[in-house]
Design a protein around this ligand. Structure first.
Ligand code: CIR
Length: 251
C-alpha cells in the first residue's frame, strides 16, 4: 500500500510565512478539522496515512511537501528557502529513512512545492524559495539515475505547483499567467478557471484528483476533461498559502 506522510497543523500556524497573501487570522480548530478531512480522504483513496506530531516551533510544518522530493529510488531532503522552515527537515528525514535511501540539498535553497515530476523529467520553479544552485545539486544527484532536471521561471505565485500540477502521464492543470504553458508542449493542458487563481494545485492519487472544494468552476473543467475529482475543504490552510499537494509526501 502507498504511504502518505502528513503532519498535524502547528498551534503556531498563525505565524506562518506569507509571500503573496495578506495575513488573516487562521482558525486553528477549523484548520485542523480540514486537515483531518484531508487525511481521511487520502485513506479513503487507499493510502496508509502517517500522522507526525505537530512541531510547535515550526508554524509551517504541516506543509511537509516542501521538505523532500520522494522518488522511487531515493528521497532528497530539501533546504527550504525560508530559514524559518529548515528545522522541519530532520524529522522528515527520520520518517523517510525506513523507506528510502536519503540524499540532501546542502548549499542551494529548494522547496518541494517547486518540483514538478513528469515521469523522469523534473521541472523546478525558480521562485523566491528555490534557486539555481539547488537545481545544480539536484541534477548532480539525479542525472546519474536517469532524470532530467530543468529550471523554469514562474511569476505571481509562491511555488511552481501553485501554478501547475500533474493530472496523469500526459495531462497537466495550469494557471497560464503564472507559468508559461510553452514549457509543456508535450502535455494536454487543462487551464484553471480564470476566476479561481489558486485552483492550479491538485494532487493525483491513483485515478482520482484531490482538489480544494471551493474551486467549483475548475472542478467542472477537470470533470469535463475526464477526471474523477475528490474535493476537500482547504480554505483555512489556504490562508497560509498551502494547497492540497503541500500537506503530504506520497511514497
Ligand atoms: C510557506 O510560505 O512556506 C507556507 N506558508 C506555505 C507553503 C505551501 N507549500 C507548498 O505550496 N508546497
Amino acid at each position: 500500500m502507498s504511504l502518505a506522510i502528513t503532519r498535524e497543523v502547528s498551534s503556531t500556524i498563525g505565524n506562518c510565512e506569507l509571500t503573496h497573501l495578506d495575513r488573516e487570522p487562521i482558525d486553528l480548530s477549523r484548520a485542523r478539522d480540514q486537515h483531518a478531512a484531508y487525511c481521511a480522504l487520502l485513506e479513503s483513496l487507499g493510502l496508509e496515512v502517517v500522522r507526525l506530531p505537530e512541531l510547535v516551533n515550526c508554524p509551517d510544518a504541516v506543509f511537509v511537501e516542501d521538505t523532500a522530493l520522494v522518488l522511487p529510488e531515493l528521497a532528497v531532503l530539501t533546504r527550504p528557502g525560508a530559514p524559518s522552515r529548515r528545522d522541519e527537515v530532520p524529522s522528515i528525514a527520520a520518517a523517510l529513512s525506513p523507506h528510502r535511501e536519503l540524499a540532501h540539498v546542502r548549499e542551494g535553497s529548494l522547496d518541494g512545492g517547486d518540483i514538478l515530476c513528469l515521469g523522469r523529467r523534473l521541472f523546478v520553479g525558480l521562485s523566491e524559495r528555490s534557486n539555481p544552485r539547488a537545481i545544480e545539486e539536484l541534477a548532480d544527484l539525479l542525472q546519474p539515475r536517469g532524470y532530467r532536471v530543468q529550471g523554469l521561471k514562474i511569476s505571481g505565485c509562491l511555488h511552481l505547483k501553485t501554478a501547475v500540477s500533474v493530472l496523469d502521464e500526459e495531462t497537466i492543470l495550469i494557471h497560464p499567467d503564472w507559468v508559461d504553458s510553452r514549457y509543456f508542449p508535450h502535455c494536454r493542458q487543462i487551464e484553471i478557471d480564470p476566476c479561481e487563481a489558486f485552483a492550479g494545485n491538485a494532487l493525483r492519487i491513483g485515478s482520482s484528483v484531490v482538489h480544494a472544494e471551493e474551486f467549483t468552476r475548475t472542478r467542472e473543467r477537470l470533470e469535463a476533461g475526464g477526471f474523477t475529482v475528490a474535493s476537500v475543504p482547504a480554505d483555512e490552510l489556504g490562508k497560509a498559502e498551502g494547497g492540497v499537494t503541500c500537506c503530504s509526501l506520497i511514497l
